[in-house]
Design a protein around this ligand. Structure first.
Ligand SMILES: Nc1ncnc2c1ncn2[C@@H]1O[C@H](COP(=O)(O)OP(=O)(O)OP(=O)(O)O)[C@@H](O)[C@H]1O
Length: 239
């Protein structure tokens, strides 16, 4: 089952250390259609992670509403892989499962290109491999909703490109409703069908771009055209 989700953050304010307040997001509305792939982009501090955390149910301290169907299984991939260092790859892949021992990790391990690595510990993995495990852990629960917070950041370009292709292949074969936060405009254009651009202080959606469904990661020419159009319309927000 994939599921549509809707989010309205009327206001989200963080309370600062000395009683000050930071208004992070105001009147942000977004809808991710069932089975769709939406990317949330915008400059640092515009409220991307805040919005994703609220949508994921990790932060309830806001004014507004999250509409997610009851029983929706949500998989979350954080900016850092957040693997348990004292557990093997195999064990980390099973972490979110109700009946971990009953789960056959082999198909997932093959799909993620982790063959031969399941008995390793996270400290023995490169960042790219650790990110694959983090993605696998989110997929093991067969999520209806996949929430990705900068899942490919700090990787060299070739590794990032391979992982983008993997994310796209997984999305196309399983169709979880997907929302990916990224500060990387090119990455968003390579993968998503829908791009929402946020402006900061406080965060709100200033542009929505619909693109045809990608068959594979989009080529440079396409990416450059969409990026140039975004830059022309929002020069202060898109690098
Ligand atoms: N725990 C916190 N306490 C106080 N202010 C916070 C906290 N978390 C975020 N903020 C502020 O809220 C705003 C939005 O932050 P958020 O992390 O959501 O932005 P972002 O778009 O994800 O940024 P980045 O791309 O740098 O990760 C920023 O001004 C940030 O400084």
């Amino acid at each position: 089952m994939s599921t549509s989700v809707e989010l309205h953050i009327a206001a989200k304010t963080y309370r600062g250390g000395r009683g000050g307040a930071v208004e992070a997001v105001r009147d942000l509305r977004l809808a991710v259609p069932a089975g769709g792939f939406t990317a949330l982009i915008g400059p640092s501090g515009c409220g991307k992670t805040t919005s994703l955390r609220i949508l994921a149910g990790l932060d309830h301290d806001f004014e507004g509403r999250v509409a997610v169907a009851p029983g929706t299984r949500a998989g979350f991939v954080f900016q850092e892989p957040r693997l348990l260092p004292w557990r093997t790859v195999d064990h980390n892949l099973r972490l979110g499962l109700d009946r971990p021992a009953a789960f056959d990790t082999a198909p997932l391990v093959a799909e993620l290109g982790l063959e031969g690595l399941t008995t390793r510990y996270p400290t023995e993995l490169s960042l790219g491999l650790a990110r694959r495990v983090a993605l696998g852990r989110a997929l093991a629960i067969e999520p209806d909703l996949l929430l990705l917070d900068e899942p490919l950041t700090s990787l060299d370009e070739l590794t990032a490109l391979r992982l983008r292709q993997l994310v796209l292949t997984i999305w196309r074969s399983r169709r979880p409703t997907t929302l990916m936060v990224t500060h990387n405009v090119r990455e968003a254009i390579q993968l998503a069908e829908r791009i929402l651009l946020l402006a900061p202080r406080p965060g709100r959606v200033v542009a929505e771009i619909d693109l045809p469904e990608p068959q594979e990661t989009r080529d440079e020419g396409f990416v450059e055209r969409v990026r140039a159009a975004l830059m022309r319309d929002h020069p202060d927000l898109v690098a």
